[in-house]
Design a protein around this ligand. Structure first.
Ligand SMILES: [Fe+2]
Length: 259
């Protein structure tokens, strides 16, 4: 499996960064674009990295936030897979600024073959979009800084992830981890009926060295997972706890990982 980091928050030596996420995943003969960042930066970086973004089998949108889906206006054609609630109008609670997608569902349906699923969706035998992730732990997804148009809390229930079933175990790619990393991994284990975890990469939505971060690290350690790559919306000092706990390196644009 090859993961090319087209957009993330940290720049590489030749590639720029933005607050956003876009990874190209190549596995089992499939080419998947997981998120698009918030601009056309993912395409600019792909060119610098000599990564071919044509002939993509599926575009997967992790959830309906601008920093994951506002690169979509720079693409057209092909299949787009996401949770059906990605298109809702949503805002930051603190200042009521818009944080949803720039495109409406109608606009995206005109350009793409849109597939929405809140249930797990198998892209191939060994690649599954996890659909809506049950929020079961008592330390994740308990607070939200987002609201809907009517002011009610938005817990980003459309937040999903993709699981690759490798011989060595599950490898999970997350967008922002709003559902909680432990909830996401537990759901992936149940959906795929695979207990062994091999790796995780993407946004963990962990901000502080608090109970949630500590419980997440404890869970990952106990699972015996090999690779842990927190990126995008994982802030200091949560990040530094991960770097102390796992032999992971910062994820930067321009990185190409082979697993
Ligand atoms: Fe994000």
């Amino acid at each position: 499996m090859v993961i090319s980091v087209l957009t993330d928050n940290m720049p590489g030596t030749r590639t720029e960064a933005e607050h956003g996420l876009s990874y190209l995943i190549e596995f089992e003969g499939k080419k998947l674009l997981f998120d698009t960042g918030q601009s056309n930066l993912f395409l600019k970086n792909a060119e610098i990295m000599s990564v071919d973004t044509t002939n993509i089998d599926m575009i997967i949108l992790s959830h309906g936030h601008f920093d994951h889906g506002d690169g979509l206006p720079y693409l057209s054609g092909g299949k787009l897979l996401c949770h059906p609630e990605c298109f809702v109008k949503r805002y930051r609670k603190v200042d009521h600024t818009y944080i949803g997608l720039i495109n409406t569902q109608d606009e995206l349906e005109e350009k793409f073959e849109l597939i929405t699923s809140s249930a797990p969706f198998y892209i191939s035998e060994k690649i599954v979009f996890l659909g809506e992730i049950p929020r079961l732990t008592d330390f994740e997804s308990k607070h939200t800084s987002f609201i809907f148009e009517d002011g009610s809390p938005d817990f980003v229930m459309d937040d999903s992830a993709v699981a690759m079933i490798l011989d060595r175990g599950l490898f999970i790619i997350t967008g922002c981890g709003h559902a909680g990393i432990v909830n996401t991994l537990e759901h992936a284990r149940i959906v795929t009926e695979t207990k062994k975890l091999y790796g995780i990469m993407g946004g963990f939505h962990l901000k502080a060295a608090d109970r949630q971060t500590e419980e997440t690290i404890r869970y990952l350690k106990e699972s015996g997972i090999t690779y842990v790559y927190p990126s995008h919306c994982t802030d200091e000092p949560a990040l530094s706890l991960f770097y102390k706990s796992f032999p992971s390196i910062p994820v930067k644009t321009g990185d190409i990982f082979n697993f």
